[in-house]
Design a protein around this ligand. Structure first.
Ligand SMILES: [Zn+2]
Length: 170
């Protein structure tokens, strides 16, 4: 369920969970896990309509997705060693640059379906030597590759090796 509103009242941030494309605003945005802590009405919207519990919220448009307590615990645990937000965005932007260049190259060749392995290789070339392999691997597997697959409508066609943020959000 998608909620809209503000994170400014009655919501406590529990942790940063990375960059992905927001399903509401379409931006590559930081996402944060929040938990509702107060029982006030927010902007005249009865709190009951928001439900109780935890949400993953886009930092740009404030749209949030309600998640279960188990999912919240999972995200907080998985993101214990996540790169800090600016660094995550830097890695993301470099991966995007390489990925886009490869995808544009496929399009120029008249290929409708592009090769994910080649795009991934091109993305890695852009970040090589600038960030640690562990950081790059985390960003890649946690949100970057799943997000690109989802944008291409291929998320369900490719075997992704481990739980990712998108598995919680979808
Ligand atoms: Zn958004």
């Amino acid at each position: 369920m998608l909620i809209f509103g503000s994170t400014k009242e009655g919501m406590e941030p529990l942790g940063y969970v990375g960059v992905t494309t927001c399903r509401n605003c379409g931006n590559s945005a930081h996402h944060i896990v929040y938990q509702r802590v107060k029982s006030a009405s927010l902007y005249l919207i009865p709190v009951a309509a928001w439900g109780r519990g935890s949400y993953v919220i886009c930092k740009i448009c404030d749209a949030g997705i309600e998640i279960s307590m188990a999912q919240k615990d999972f995200l907080v645990r998985e993101c214990e060693h996540i790169p800090e937000p600016q660094r995550y965005m830097d890695i993301w932007n470099n991966l995007i640059a390489g990925w886009q260049e490869a995808v544009n190259g496929f399009a120029a060749l008249g290929q409708k379906n592009y090769n994910f392995a080649d795009a991934q290789r091109a993305a890695r070339e852009y970040v090589a030597g600038r960030f640690s392999p562990e950081e790059v691997e985390f960003v890649e597997s946690w949100t970057f590759i799943p997000t690109q697959l989802q944008l291409a409508g291929a998320l369900n066609q490719v075997d992704i090796k481990k739980p990712t943020l998108l598995m919680v959000l979808n």
